[in-house]
Ligand binder design. Structure first.
Ligand SMILES: NC(=O)C1=CN([C@@H]2O[C@H](COP(=O)(O)OP(=O)(O)OC[C@H]3O[C@@H](n4cnc5c(N)ncnc54)[C@H](OP(=O)(O)O)[C@@H]3O)[C@@H](O)[C@H]2O)C=CC1
Ligand SMILES: O=C(O)C1=N[C@H](C(=O)O)C[C@H](O)C1
Length: 274
């Protein structure tokens, strides 16, 4: 049997971090090798499995400042843009791959990720669920088929703790929709409406953001035409769907050459639908 892939989890005490620890412990092809938290976090020193509500994992949470001293094949990061970018240097130095689930990066941070992908395998996706990644293909097909006679709106809803808006998934959906209809998202996105807005401008893609309670993550793309409308919806009801997908990506990434990959590469549905 092949040796298990050594996985480290950055942000191990977070909402996703705890789910990632559980998903890693459940996956026989993977071994939890390390877990990191922000320097000064009260989670440091605690067992990562216990912290996640599972059995003892035999892995104590370390400070991210000590990451360079630990041995792992893949780092899985669901934190914030700044700590994620900070972790890239350690991954490059160790020759380890990175799986990035964090969302909300600015252009400079994205350039740092692209630069790291020249040295190591980087799998980055704003959503690691199989359903959302399949929906990106469906959206591409629908946008191409319906053309600009249908108005497109992207609606997303998340829990009250989410700090970035629109969600990374909604923005990715917007990019796919814009590309499928020969546009740049930056030229056609409308992120807010208030007051006397005038009529809806043809060819724009609107985004609506809802925040509240414990909503795990819901996305709907509305294609509104004359006399009919099509809605494509994905609803996540458990963070394990993201965590399981991220662990699948970690196992896949460990043996990949340097490059920037996404979840459709992992799932083997990377070709664009024509
Ligand atoms: N791609 C996908 O499928 C999904 C992506 N996400 C994304 O994942 C990210 C995290 O979401 P969520 O788990 O809800 O957020 P949380 O705030 O619950 O978790 C983030 C964790 O990262 C920790 N952290 C902060 N700084 C560092 C550091 N320097 N080193 C290591 N860890 C650090 C935080 O610690 P502290 O609280 O002490 O600051 C916290 O424990 C978000 O960007 C979200 O959009 C979420 C779900 C699915
Ligand atoms: O912050 C979250 O929780 C989520 N974030 C991701 C995003 O921004 O798209 C994915 C998921 O919907 C949950």
């Amino acid at each position: 049997m092949a040796k298990p892939v050594k996985v480290a989890i950055n942000g191990a005490a977070g909402r996703m971090g705890r789910e990632l620890v559980i998903a890693c412990l459940r996956n026989e092809a993977l071994a939890l090798a390390a877990a990191f938290e922000a320097p000064g976090s009260e989670a440091i020193g605690r067992d990562a499995g216990r912290l996640a509500g599972a059995d003892d994992a035999g892995v104590a949470v370390d400070s991210a400042a000590d990451r360079g001293d630990r041995d792992f094949d893949v780092l899985v990061d669901f934190t914030r843009p700044a700590p994620c970018v900070e972790a890239l240097g350690d991954c490059v130095a160790a020759g380890a791959a990175i799986v990035i689930g964090t969302t909300g990066f600015d252009d400079t941070q994205l350039e740092r990720i692209d630069a790291a992908a020249e040295r190591i395998a980087v799998v980055m996706a704003p959503n690691f669920s199989a359903g959302v990644n399949l929906s990106l293909k469906l959206l591409e097909m629908a946008a191409k088929a319906l053309g600009d006679s249908f108005d497109i709106e992207v609606l997303e809803a998340h829990h009250r703790h989410k700090v970035d808006a629109p969600s990374g998934t909604a923005l990715r959906m917007g990019e796919v929709l814009a590309e499928a209809t020969g546009r740049e998202l930056s030229d056609c996105a409308v992120y807010a409406r208030q007051g006397h807005t005038g009529e809806r401008e043809r060819g724009t893609i609107g985004f609506q953001t809802l925040r509240g309670g414990d909503i795990v993550g819901e996305h709907t793309v509305l294609f509104a035409g004359d006399g009919e409308r099509l809605e494509i919806t994905h609803k996540a009801s458990s963070r394990q769907t993201f965590a399981g997908g991220a662990m699948r990506a970690a196992g896949w990434a460990a043996s990949r050459p340097p490059g920037r990959y996404d979840m459709n590469d992992v799932l083997g549905i990377a070709e664009r639908a024509d």
